[in-house]
Ligand binder design. Structure first.
Ligand code: PLP
Length: 368
């Protein structure tokens, strides 16, 4: 039996390799290594795709999240309500500006911020609500936006895993005051290295974000505020410019893989990542849950089926946030999900044979 890799970036590279070579060669020819025309063009293409007025390309998704916090003037003493069940970078942005991440548990079906619990966590110090569209599945935005509106709080979407996901037919990433994307190689739209972007509609905030990304200056060597070097590299703009043309087809291919898994695994004891009736997931990851996660993981690995854990420890129990005083049992759904989650292989180029093989091995674990 052919092994099924957890992720196969080379499969995506092959058919577009000549186009990528040409795009990279153009950057080497024009020597626009930091920002430059390809980055500007990619910003336009990506803003159009998601449906916002501005896209500010950066060197990572983490940088985009950091700039989002700065634009909202969030700082020491402030609180941001967010999910503990995500990649840690969501929380880094809050910590970088000296504010406090306030963790609210997730909904068991979608593993995203539970709107029913958010309002209770609001205090006079709350300055923003930051949901994550985890694994590509949209957070339940309407009730979250209603709470945000009622309390006059901005909602920032961490869309790092959710390129082209839809919420009630609307484009995820264009719903809150701003959204942050990552183009880390393993994300649905990946650069040939690091990359990220901040998307928003407000002109003044966009101008400030562009300055913050480039050492706090709009005129070279004049610095209006303390800034950062968060520029996207020219080569990444060139690569993303090629790849962005394929993202809708790749998303459809991921959805096909995910929905195929739903059918093939429906009668197993696994808790499957069902799409909510109002959601079109971008299927960044396909995460199943089961109490025997460790045994299943070993069984898949022994049978040469790749798998991974996203995420084995929720943020409120991480050492780096120990001073916050959270303890085990505080956020039970996140903790259960961390203990039971297992990510199966999913990428657009997966063949039917590979999908069937993953399902077959998974099913045979429960049959034995
Ligand atoms: C990947 C990711 C980030 C960070 O993006 P980088 O480009 O790796 O800095 C932030 N939030 C979530 C949910 C992510 O998955």
């Amino acid at each position: 039996m052919e092994p099924v890799p957890y992720l196969d970036l080379k499969a995506q590279m092959r058919p577009i390799r000549a186009e990528l070579d040409a795009a990279i060669a153009r950057t080497l020819d024009n020597c626009s290594f930091c920002l430059g025309p390809d980055v500007v063009q990619f910003e336009k293409d990506f803003a159009k795709l998601i449906g916002t007025k501005h896209c500010i390309a950066m060197n990572s998704g983490t940088s985009a999240l950091h700039i989002a916090m700065l634009l909202l003037n969030i700082g020491p003493g402030d609180e941001v309500i967010t999910t503990p069940y995500t990649f840690v970078a969501t929380s880094w942005a809050i910590s970088y500006v000296g504010a406090t991440p306030v963790y609210v548990d997730v909904d068991d079906a979608t593993m995203n911020l539970d709107p029913k619990l958010v309002e209770k966590a609001i205090t006079p110090r709350t300055k923003a609500i930051m949901p994550v569209h985890l694994y590509g599945h949209p957070a339940d935005l309407d009730p979250l936006m209603e709470i945000a509106k009622k309390h006059n709080l901005p909602l920032v979407e961490d869309s790092a895993q959710a390129h082209c996901a839809k919420y009630k037919g609307r484009s995820v990433g264009a719903q809150g005051i701003m959204s942050c994307y990552s183009f880390y190689p393993g994300k649905n739209l990946g650069a040939a290295g690091e990359g990220g972007a901040l998307l928003l509609n407000d002109d003044a905030m966009a101008a400030r974000a562009r300055a913050l990304r480039e050492h706090g200056s709009t005129v070279r060597y004049y610095h209006d505020e303390v800034g950062y070097n968060y520029r996207m590299e020219g080569i990444q703009g060139a690569v993303l410019g090629v790849k962005v043309k394929h993202i809708e087809a790749w998303t459809a291919a991921r959805q096909r893989v995910g929905r195929h898994y739903h059918e093939l695994l429906a009668d197993t004891p696994l808790q499957l990542p069902r799409e909510a009736s109002w959601a079109e997931s971008a299927y960044h990851l396909y995460v199943v849950r089961h109490p025997k996660r460790e045994e299943l993981k070993k069984y898949l690995e022994d049978n040469k089926v790749g798998c991974a854990l996203h995420y084995p420890l929720p943020l409120h129990l991480q050492k780096c946030y120990a001073s916050r005083g959270y303890k085990k049992g505080d956020l039970p759904v996140s903790e259960k999900s961390s203990e039971q989650c297992l990510s199966l292989p999913i990428y657009p180029e997966m063949t039917d044979a590979q999908i069937n093989r993953v399902a077959e091995v998974t099913r045979s674990f429960f049959a034995k």
